[in-house]
Design a protein around this ligand. Structure first.
Ligand code: COA
Length: 333
């Protein structure tokens, strides 16, 4: 019989330090009005010095495990753009801190699409019979790679983590993930990138400039690509799942910009009010964005068991993806 991955737990974690638009505008040539009107963001959270991505991942992961009612998993996948170190992966550290014994643990790097790639990898492992339970975490300390002098990125991104527990189940049961659509286009590598940080320059090569270690994004070009790619990917999984767009109760898109999410809803023909949004409170948290949006909607009581949920994301690589699920009865953690 075909096995499916079923959502069994959910949790989020935000660092305590809240940073308002006003605080950023005071040191950047910007304003609360500009940031709100162009992005929908009012505030974001930033990790204090010494707090690592793995710490936020542990916070979200432990809540997801608690809400699933079982502290054990066979595997852990961490999606992150900001690992604790370039080598090794952050996931084994998280597994160790969570007391997961010798569970398989690996990182996925797909920037803002990272959580969906990690979810696909966890769901695939379950479908193949390689695991009964998988913890999937998206976690970022994105503020660490922002150029403090770059107003176009500094106001957008925030730190945080979100996690889900997947368990083996039946494709027809409530909570089952549907098919995935995933894609990439490396031709767009320069649009969203941290240029430096690869192998050190050798011989006579000049090393990278200090600002090359910071994140850069060509926002205007990325805006339209995000709308188009998420729209196409969302339509693909709707077709594969056999849902019409009007069947979708909630669109949970990567929280990049509230204008992108609204355009996306228009593009696929979904009423804008069915799009979940928490970007005002947390900004763009990259790989943590989708599970944090789910945790936010769940905590607000907006998700009812049986609701049809469409997930989609776009990010650096370039990468994109989408999947569907019916919302299960999940404990609030
Ligand atoms: N405060 C004030 N002005 C700002 C600013 C800020 N924080 N950031 C940029 N500006 C300025 C620009 O310098 C530009 O000024 P100019 O016209 O004098 O050159 C002007 O605002 C317009 O900039 P532009 O980049 O065209 O703005 P935009 O409306 O496209 O909004 C983004 C910028 C980054 C918010 C938007 O492009 C975006 O959200 N892009 C997509 C992000 C995304 O999808 N990410 C997905 C992967 S994570």
């Amino acid at each position: 019989m075909t096995r499916a991955a079923v959502l069994a737990g959910l949790g989020g974690c935000l660092p305590p330090r809240l940073v308002t638009n006003e605080e950023l505008a005071a040191r950047l040539d910007s304003s609360d009005e500009w940031v709100r009107s162009r992005t929908g963001i009012r505030q974001r959270y930033m990790a204090e010095a010494g707090v690592l991505t793995s710490d936020l991942a542990v916070g979200a992961g432990s809540r997801a495990l608690k809400s699933s009612g079982d502290p054990h998993v066979d595997a852990l996948v961490v999606a992150t753009t900001t690992p604790d170190r370039p080598c090794p992966a952050t996931a084994p550290t998280v597994a160790s801190k969570l007391g997961l014994g010798h569970a398989a643990a690996w990182d996925v790097s797909a920037v803002c699409t990272g959580f969906l790639y990690a979810l696909a990898s966890g769901a695939g492992l379950i479908a193949a019979g390689g695991a009964e339970r998988v913890l999937v975490i998206g976690a970022e300390t994105f503020s660490r790679i922002l150029n403090p002098a770059d107003r176009s990125t500094s106001v957008i991104f925030g730190d945080g983590a979100g996690a889900v527990v997947l368990r083996a189940g039946d494709p027809d049961e409530v909570g089952a993930l549907g098919p995935f659509d995933l894609g990439s286009d490396g031709e767009g590598v320069e649009l969203i990138t941290v240029p430096a940080g690869g192998p050190p320059p050798d011989g006579m090569d000049q090393g990278p400039a200090p600002e090359d270690y910071y994140f850069t994004m060509q926002g205007k070009k990325v805006f339209w690509l995000a709308v188009q790619r998420m729209g196409q990917s969302a339509q693909t999984v709707l077709d594969r799942t056999g849902w019409r767009v009007e069947d979708v109760d909630h669109l949970v898109a990567h929280q990049a910009n509230h204008r992108i999410t609204r355009r996306l809803a228009d593009e696929i023909g979904l009423p804008r009010e069915r799009a979940v949004s928490n970007i005002a409170e947390v900004g763009n948290t990259a790989a943590a964005s989708i599970p944090l949006a789910l945790a936010h909607a769940h905590a607000a009581g907006a998700l009812t068991p049986g609701d049809r949920v469409l997930l989609t994301a776009f990010g650096g690589g370039l990468t994109w993806g989408a999947t569907t699920l019916t919302w299960p009865a999940v404990e609030r953690s």
